[in-house]
Ligand binder design. Structure first.
Ligand code: BEZ
Length: 221
């Protein structure tokens, strides 16, 4: 891949992305060459926006994410980050992180200096002058569909453990045969999808089983 293309998207107008929508494709320079969002199709993708390079909370997040990269790989999930900083800022930040923490950021950091990606994804509003408050996370399935999002303020870092937990839950429910209860982790009981039949509701001995019924997870058993 080469680093010669400015950020462009095929998104006609800024709007907030909703769950179930296709993530807008884009092409932009990154620390691992020019890439397109659609290059990631076929794998789950965690697309992370961060308010800025060389900032304390973002640095703590990137160190933690890089240290956990093998856990994302084990879930067939790739990682990509994006901010308004230039490619050369991203490169310098990667070098600073390597030197300070002995951690190599081995996933692409995309530049979005014109905010085209940020606006297309609804990270920032059409009239926002900058992206300083954006700490958004998009969980995309292998078809590039948005399955979950989070949005945190610049002042609070995300939890890598929660990213991995959410990803595992999304992947499990993606099969369509179960629901993930509060705090679910692989190997723990899931919940059955409730029946929609009044006959089944009235016939059940347990009055709550039709809407609340644990389902053993085969993982780890
Ligand atoms: C931070 O990541 O530490 C940060 C980013 C933008 C504004 C304030 C803090």
């Amino acid at each position: 891949m080469t680093n010669d293309a400015p950020a462009t998207t095929n998104m006609p107008a800024p709007s907030a992305l909703r769950l179930g929508q296709s993530a807008p494709d884009f092409v932009s320079r990154s620390t691992q060459g020019t890439l397109r969002l659609s290059d990631f199709h076929g794998s789950w993708l965690l697309l992370l926006s961060h308010p800025g390079d060389f900032t304390p909370v973002c640095t703590s997040e990137f160190v933690a994410i890089a240290k956990a990269q093998s856990a994302f790989v084990a879930l067939d999930c790739r990682l990509a980050a994006v901010s308004v900083d230039s490619l050369f800022s991203h490169l310098a930040w990667i070098r600073a992180i390597r030197d300070k923490f002995d951690v190599v950021i081995d996933f692409p950091i995309i530049e979005d200096p014109t905010l085209e990606i940020g606006r297309a994804y609804g990270m920032v509003g059409a009239d926002d002058p900058d992206a300083s408050s954006v700490r958004a996370t998009y969980f995309l399935d292998p078809e590039g569909i948005v399955r979950a999002t989070t949005c945190y303020p610049a002042s609070v870092g995300r939890s890598v453990d929660e990213m991995l937990r959410t990803l595992a839950a999304l992947q499990r429910v993606h099969r369509g045969d179960a629901l993930a209860p509060e705090g679910w982790r692989p190997g723990q009981d899931l919940l059955r999808v409730p029946t929609q039949s009044v006959d089944a509701v009235l016939a059940a001995a347990d009055p709550a089983a039709w809407f609340y019924s644990p389902l053993p997870d085969e993982a780890g058993r």
